[in-house]
Design a protein around this ligand. Structure first.
Ligand code: FE2
Length: 385
């Protein structure tokens, strides 16, 4: 079928005998050829796909093993230089339901980034909102907007879009961390920009202070600078590092309070905290929500469905997670995805854990802020009305 564009029509319609479909006839076939020629598609053949009764994600539940990721990243470290052009030695999770694209979910990118001792990842900026979450090692620092920020295991480092950033490994060992970005979402928006910066950051930026300037300004609980000028012009949190010591204490305190008979946990044995912008209390990034969950030894979370998608990393401990009809054993460093509206639950497995806390510690990031802004966010905990 040729259109007025003088190329074959990408529209292909098939008349089928089915309930709620018009009777198949030569006249109907003729109508459908007319639709193909004029690049038209009737709703009655598409409604089940376009307007389903509940979310049907194309993404599939899937788990990646840290040992495999880590080994392949190390091999990439031997074979693939890091530098201008490729920009980062980052290897993305490709959800098996998303046509071989480097997308963990329809909206989220998740990658392992690997940097050898002495290596520099060159400076650049992009509209995509990003973060780093450190699964192992220390000694890398990232320079965001001229502020060197140290990275250590368990630290979460957000970096809102259009901020200049570069990384350097000042240690004697390779370092691996998780990169999370909203690349698939921004790909859909067709509003992305990217710019290369300096190939080398300055000597002054090679300093590795224990606390970044952002932490000295914004890292005091319940206290924010009065000066309006203190807040950088950025669409995300001005605090550039959320340190594991504080996260760990917050989770431990919730479970301790529960044992003392007080509220504050999500459910028995399930503590959780969300990383927020200290000035606004909103999510750290406009498109990404970040949470830490601690499931106490032998505790199990109730299955929850949520619109939008999540990527989890097992920070510590061991357990069993169920996503939709899949159940996996997971251990330190493993990553898995929870597609939209698939029920998710996690169980901490006593005895098999190597956790400092004796619990299953999960790092989670999701696209919830986008769904909340669009008024499309919905959750349902199984077993509740
Ligand atoms: Fe980047």
């Amino acid at each position: 079928m040729t259109t007025s564009l003088e190329r074959p029509s990408p529209v292909h319609l098939k008349a089928v005998e089915a309930e709620n479909q018009p009777a198949v006839s030569p006249a109907l076939e003729d109508l459908y050829r007319g639709f193909e020629r004029e690049l038209l598609i009737p709703l009655w053949t598409e409604i089940g796909d376009l307007m389903p009764p509940h979310p049907r994600s194309k993404a599939l539940p899937y788990r990646w093993r840290w040992d495999s990721l880590r080994a392949l990243a190390a091999r990439a470290g031997e074979l693939v230089p890091v530098g201008r052009g490729g920009e980062r030695r980052a290897i993305a999770l490709a959800n098996p339901g998303l046509n071989g694209r480097p997308f963990a979910t329809p909206t989220l990118w998740a990658a392992i980034q690997y940097l050898l001792p002495g290596e520099n990842a060159p400076e650049h900026r992009h509209t995509q909102h990003a973060f780093r979450f450190v699964l192992e090692g220390e000694g890398v620092w990232t320079v965001v907007g001229g502020d060197p920020v140290a990275m250590r295991r368990g630290d979460f480092l957000p970096q809102a879009g259009w901020n200049w950033h570069a990384h350097h490994n000042a240690s004697k060992a390779p370092m691996a961390w998780i990169d999370g970005l909203d690349i698939p979402l921004q790909y859909l928006t067709e509003a992305q920009f990217f710019e290369a910066g300096r190939d080398e950051v300055s000597e002054a930026e090679h300093a590795t202070p224990d606390r970044s300037r952002s932490e000295r300004l914004w890292g005091h609980p319940g206290l924010v600078p009065v000066a309006k000028t203190a807040r950088p012009d950025t669409p995300g949190s001005p605090l550039l590092a959320y340190r594991w010591e504080q996260t760990d204490r917050a989770l431990a305190d919730q479970l301790a309070l529960e044992r003392e008979g007080h509220g504050g946990t999500v459910e028995p044995g399930h503590a959780a905290v969300r990383c927020t912008d200290p000035a606004t209390g909103r999510d750290v990034l406009p498109t990404i929500r970040v949470e830490f969950h601690r499931v106490a030894r032998n505790a199990e979370t109730r299955p929850v469905r949520e619109t939008g998608s999540s990527v989890f990393a097992v920070f510590d401990g061991a357990g069993r997670v169920t996503v939709g009809d899949k159940t996996w054993s997971v251990g330190r460093g493993d990553l898995f995805v929870v597609p939209s509206w698939q029920p998710f639950s996690a169980k901490s497995e006593a005895g098999a854990t190597d956790s400092d806390s004796g619990a299953l510690d999960l790092f989670r990031f999701s696209d919830a802020p986008v769904f909340e802004a669009l008024r499309l966010h919905r959750t349902m905990t199984e077993g509740t009305p």
